[in-house]
Design a protein around this ligand. Structure first.
Ligand SMILES: *[C@@H]1O[C@H](CO)[C@@H](O)[C@H](O)[C@H]1NC(C)=O
Ligand SMILES: *[C@@H]1O[C@H](CO)[C@@H](O)[C@H](O)[C@H]1NC(C)=O
Length: 463
């Protein structure tokens, strides 16, 4: 793997940052007094109380000042009904501008959805079997899709498994046209943030991070993954591009579309094709793990570390594999964080307080930990990493806990059809019928105290 490529234009970035700060102050001054102003007694600590806010004006809307960003959602007709509505109610109300790209043009719940493949060569659509689903969709409309073609799961990258899913096979074709169409529809934007419905962007962090970066440079940020010798930003994790990088990719694609269609046809991952095109156009990926995470906080490996960058210490920009319920839950959590971080004194701005950045460890402390304080039924905390014990007849969750207690490194336990499993890493997990889960809270708190000291390592890992 090549070394990490970093763009460094601190002076320019600093000026841009100062300008944004000033704009931030200006906007804060002009905004009407929020109805959710934090009472003094609750503002200094992340408490258990939920601060109510006017749902018409979620706190994130106070993070104004980044009019040059558009968030681009890539989806498909087979999943739009299940996956988009919760974003309309939550994340989309924070984004200053959005584009929705799908394989079928429509107005969905008041939002314009674009057919990102509309301009792709008709000969290709007629000759490549991947487009059969697309052609049928255009003929019959989204409501014409059979129930078995609809699926609640998002398109997941992977060479096998989803090949029988027509929506998934079409998805890889959307990436390069998406770059072209984004530029066509939003020629004035400087940053393009690409997401999927099961991506969660920690918006309050992203807007602050972007102010440190220089959009006049060719920039391509995301979580690095590799297929063969190709290194690219993982699509579902979300990735960010500057306008100059977009133009490079679009120009290359439009100058030799047949070449890139042939490459796409022979590959399974559209995000990889995009990364390859960028590389060929001279734009390198800036490795942005651990800020960008391909996992969900409910199942992160909190001790992961790469190139001396511990996940635990890094600011959180994105997560992946979110259900609609989790999008809602994390969004609510983030709104509470924003409320609590807002200035008490008038000129002490949210923007200047480094300690208001949400780090992955804050997600553990404030989002995960409160949810693992008691045993849970129909819940799996993914306890796989100590050998499962055979299911002694009639073993109760209490008996399973006793087995955990007897093993010093055990932090959690779960009782399911295969018996009692123990885990040495704390995980929240998610709903699974027929499994019960529990946690050794004191040990987890001890584990947390022993986690890596982040002093001097809590700032943006990419600037
Ligand atoms: C979004 O909000 C509307 C209005 O409050 C509500 O009727 C709808 O059920 C919500 N949708 C989701 C997916 O939560
Ligand atoms: C915690 O559990 C409750 C109840 O299952 C759920 O509604 C909530 O979303 C969970 N919180 C998180 C952070 O997942």
């Amino acid at each position: 793997m090549p070394g990490i490529f970093r763009t460094n234009a601190r002076a320019v970035t600093y000026l841009a940052f100062v300008a944004t700060l000033l704009a931030g102050f200006y906007l804060l001054e002009l905004s009407p007094l929020p109805s959710w102003r934090v009472p003094e007694s609750q503002s200094s600590h992340a408490g258990d109380t939920t601060i109510s806010f006017n749902p018409e004006i979620p706190p994130c809307q106070r993070l104004a000042g980044l009019g040059d960003v558009v968030v681009v959602m890539r989806t498909g007709a087979t999943e739009i009904k299940d996956k988009l509505p919760i974003h309309f109610n939550t994340t989309f109300r924070c984004y200053p501008d959005t584009l929705i790209f799908s394989d079928y043009a429509e107005v969905f719940q008041g939002h314009q959805v674009f057919d990102v493949l509309a301009s792709v060569d008709d000969n290709l659509k007629r000759s490549n079997a991947d487009f059969q689903h697309y052609l049928r969709l255009q003929r019959l409309g989204r409501e014409g899709l059979a129930a078995e073609e609809l699926h609640a799961e998002s398109y997941e990258s992977g060479p096998v498994g989803k090949n029988d899913n027509p929506g998934w096979r079409l998805d890889k074709w959307k990436f390069l046209p998406m770059i072209v169409e984004s530029l066509k529809l939003r020629p004035e934007k400087r940053w393009f943030v690409y997401v999927e419905p099961d991506t969660y962007i920690v918006w309050s962090n992203l807007v602050r991070w972007l102010t440190k970066l220089d959009p006049s440079k060719e920039a391509y940020y995301g979580s690095e993954v590799q297929i063969g010798s190709d290194v690219f930003a993982h699509g579902g994790t979300g990735f960010v591009m500057s306008a100059p990088a977009m133009r490079k990719a679009a120009d290359l694609y439009l100058s030799e579309p047949n070449e890139w269609h042939a490459r796409t046809s022979g590959h399974w991952a559209g995000d990889c094709i995009l990364g390859t095109a960028l590389k060929k156009a001279g734009v390198d990926l800036t490795w942005s793990w651990p800020m960008f995470q391909g996992g969900n906080p409910a199942e992160l490996k909190w001790m992961e570390n790469k190139n001396d960058q511990p996940l635990w210490c890094a600011p959180a920009i994105s997560y992946h594999h979110f259900t609609s319920h989790e999008v809602e839950s994390m969004w609510g959590f983030e709104q509470q964080h924003i409320i609590r971080s807002m200035p008490k004194a008038k000129l002490e701005s949210f923007w200047t307080r480094e300690d208001k950045i949400l780090h992955h460890q804050d997600m553990f402390r404030q989002y995960v930990l409160p949810n693992i304080t008691a045993d849970r039924e129909d819940w799996s905390n993914l306890s796989p990493d100590l050998v499962p014990y055979s299911n002694r007849k009639g073993l109760s969750l209490g008996g399973c806990r006793a087995l955990c207690e007897a093993k010093e490194e055990c932090l959690q336990y779960a009782l399911g059809p295969i018996g009692c499993s123990l885990g040495s890493l704390p995980m929240m997990g998610s709903r699974v019928e027929g499994i019960k889960s529990g946690w050794m809270l004191e040990r987890i708190e001890h584990w947390m105290r022993n986690m890596k000291d982040c002093r001097g390592k809590t700032d943006w890992t990419v600037t």
